[in-house]
Design a protein around this ligand. Structure first.
Ligand SMILES: Nc1ncnc2c1ncn2[C@@H]1O[C@H](COP(=O)(O)OP(=O)(O)O)[C@@H](O)[C@H]1O
Ligand SMILES: [Mg+2]
Length: 255
C-alpha cells in the first residue's frame, strides 16, 4: 500500500472552554489524530461531541489549550496572528448554513477572498469564471443568494473556499441542511475536488451515510476522544460500539 504522508497531526491536543457557571468544559481530551495528505477524512460524532471545535482548531479559529497541532510539518500552535493569515489561505472551509453574503451576487461572493488578497481585476475575473465552471454555476454568476437553492448556495460556498487554491478543505456538516439527492450531488462535487485538484477534504458530520459514501478514513469522536478510527471499509465491516449505535440508531439519513 502507498505510504500516506501526514498533512495534519494533533498530538495530545486538549481544548477547554470556560462554562457560564465558572467551571471548565474539556471538549477535547489528549487527542491524537493524524490525517493523511490527499485523503477524504471523516470525523463523526453525536451532537456536542466536539466536531466543530476540532475543525475550528485546524484553521486556528480556536487555539489549543495544550498539546500540539502540526500542519504541513509546521507547529501552528506557536504561530503568531500574522502567520495565521497565511495558514488560513491554504485552508478553505464550508458550513451547514453556507455563510454567503446576501447582498452580493454569486460572482462577488466567490471573488471575495481574491479581492481581499489584492489580486488584479483581470485575474479575479478569470479565476471566478474558472470556479463557476468547476461548481457548475456559470449561468448564475449574477444571481443573488436568495434566488438560489440550498445545493446551489453550497456550490457557491465551495467555489469561494477554493478560490485561493487551498490544500485543505474543511466541511462542517456541509450537507446536513440539504435533501438527500442534493446532498449526494454536493458529495460528488467534493469527491472531484479531492481527486481532480488533490485537495485534502475533512468532513465533519453526524451522518454515517455521508462517511460511507465519500470518506477514505473515519475517526469517531465521543466524549472528547477518538474512540474508533480506521479505513471506512474496515470500520464498516467490523463496527465497534458507537458505530453500531449510529448504524442501527436514529437519524443517519440515507444519502
Ligand atoms: N466558543 C465556545 N465557548 C464555550 N463552549 C463552547 C464553545 N464552542 C463549543 N463549546 C462547547 O463545546 C462542546 C462541543 O461543541 P461542538 O464542537 O460545537 O460540538 P459538535 O460540533 O460535535 O456538535 C459543547 O459542549 C459546546 O457547548
Ligand atoms: Mg458542530
Amino acid at each position: 500500500m502507498k505510504q500516506i504522508e501526514p498533512i495534519i497531526v494533533f498530538k495530545k491536543a486538549s481544548k477547554v472552554f470556560p462554562t457560564a457557571e465558572g467551571g471548565e468544559n474539556e471538549v477535547l481530551k489528549d487527542l491524537d489524530l493524524t490525517i493523511g495528505r490527499g485523503r477524504i477524512f471523516g470525523i463523526v460524532g453525536l451532537s456536542g461531541a466536539g466536531k466543530s471545535t476540532l475543525i475550528r482548531l485546524i484553521n486556528q479559529l480556536e487555539r489549543l489549550t495544550s498539546g500540539t497541532l502540526l500542519i504541513d510539518g509546521q507547529d501552528v500552535t506557536r504561530q503568531h496572528d500574522g502567520d495565521l493569515i497565511n495558514l488560513r489561505r491554504h485552508i478553505g472551509m464550508i458550513f451547514q448554513n453556507f455563510n454567503l453574503m446576501r447582498n452580493s451576487n454569486v460572482f462577488e461572493n466567490i471573488a471575495f477572498p481574491l479581492r481581499i488578497t489584492n489580486y488584479t481585476k483581470d485575474y479575479i475575473e478569470n479565476r471566478v469564471n474558472e470556479l463557476l465552471d468547476t461548481v457548475g454555476l456559470k449561468e448564475h454568476a449574477q444571481s443573488y443568494p436568495l434566488k438560489l437553492s440550498g445545493g446551489q448556495k453550497q456550490r457557491v460556498a465551495i467555489a469561494r473556499a477554493l478560490a485561493l487554491h487551498p490544500d485543505i478543505l474543511l466541511c462542517d456538516e456541509a450537507t446536513s441542511a440539504l435533501d438527500p439527492r442534493t446532498a449526494k450531488s454536493i458529495l460528488d462535487l467534493l469527491k472531484s475536488v479531492n481527486s481532480d485538484l488533490g485537495v485534502t477534504v475533512i468532513i465533519v458530520t453526524h451522518d454515517m451515510s455521508v462517511i460511507k459514501y465519500i470518506c477514505d478514513d473515519v475517526a469517531v469522536l465521543d466524549g472528547g476522544e477518538i474512540v474508533e478510527q480506521g479505513l471506512v471499509a474496515d470500520i464498516f465491516a467490523n463496527p465497534q460500539s458507537l458505530i453500531k449505535t449510529f448504524l442501527h440508531g436514529f437519524g443517519g439519513g440515507q444519502v
